[in-house]
Ligand binder design. Structure first.
Ligand code: PEP
Ligand code: MN
Length: 268
């Protein structure tokens, strides 16, 4: 299988905040309140180690009846966080309306979530909404370990004209009970890199781990495999987070995690 994607280098749209340190995208799993989002953004920006602010506005919950995201109002909060911190913003989009609203609100980077990547209809709808638009897009791996679905989603978005494109490796669902919430199955990310060396891959240790304790180890492993960045969930008080409470880290804990990471090509 040959993968022909027309891709611009990651450095054309996102760079590490510090020299010889990994590229970090961070922010809460979900935007919950204006204060939670803006305060978290300020704490992250103050570390000087973050390149972009992430926050889920529309949340793909596995079962109904749980918090499904704050919705469109959160886009205004993200915008305020961006104005006050200077951090570019990233949100998950799962349909054409999300794309239109995020673009209208000035969001800087979009990502396709794992539950959307599995569905070619959904991905095509997102791709069609992106036609003629010049914005960076990141595509998470599908929940199931199917490399073709991941590739197909990247191709659909790329064929809509998006060349500032990256993959996000967030691990795969498994029936096996393991230390991970989502099995990393590193071989699939390696295979994707082999098929398309110019495609940037960003690792998402938060959704792989499912708990904050092992995030440093998975983050280092991803860097050792030459992944080009990390997306890590961070909340000002993870213990009371409305979603993914176990895996989020405070901005200060994140700062310590980053300090202890080493890039493969840097001297110790
Ligand atoms: C998220 O990033 O909060 C999220 C819902 O992730 P995923 O699509 O990887 O489950
Ligand atoms: Mn999450």
């Amino acid at each position: 299988m040959k993968l022909n994607l027309n891709i611009q280098p990651l450095s054309t749209w996102l760079k590490p905040a510090e020299e010889n340190k990994p590229l970090i995208i961070a922010g809460p799993c979900s935007a919950e309140t204006e204060d939670q989002l803006v305060t978290t953004a300020h704490l992250l920006a103050k570390t000087g180690k973050i390149s972009a602010l992430r926050a889920g506005i529309w949340k793909p919950r596995t079962r109904p009846g749980e918090f499904e995201g704050i919705g469109s109002v959160g886009l205004q909060w993200l915008n305020r966080a961006k104005q006050e911190t200077g951090l570019p913003t990233a949100v998950e989009v799962a349909n054409a309306r999300h794309v239109e609203e995020a673009l209208a609100a000035g969001v800087d980077i979009l990502w396709v979530g794992a539950r959307s990547t599995v569905n070619p209809f959904t991905v095509q709808e997102i791709a069609d909404a992106l036609r003629g638009v010049d914005i960076p897009v990141m595509v998470k791996n599908p929940v199931n370990p199917d490399l073709s679905l991941w590739i197909g989603a990247l191709e659909r978005i790329n064929q809509a004209g998006i060349t500032r494109l990256a993959a996000i490796h967030r691990g795969f669902s498994s029936f096996e009970k393991t230390a991970f919430r989502n099995e990393p199955m590193w071989e699939l990310a390696i295979q994707l890199k082999t098929l398309c060396p110019e495609l940037p891959i960003i690792n998402d240790p938060s959704h792989i781990c499912g708990n904050r304790e092992i995030i440093p180890y998975v983050s280092q492993k991803a860097l050792d495999l030459d992944m080009q960045g990390l997306m890590i969930e961070s909340h000002l008080d993870p213990t009371i987070a409305w979603t993914d409470a176990k895996q989020q880290v405070t901005p200060s804990a994140l700062s310590d995690i980053i300090d202890n990471l080493t890039l493969r090509h840097t001297e110790p």
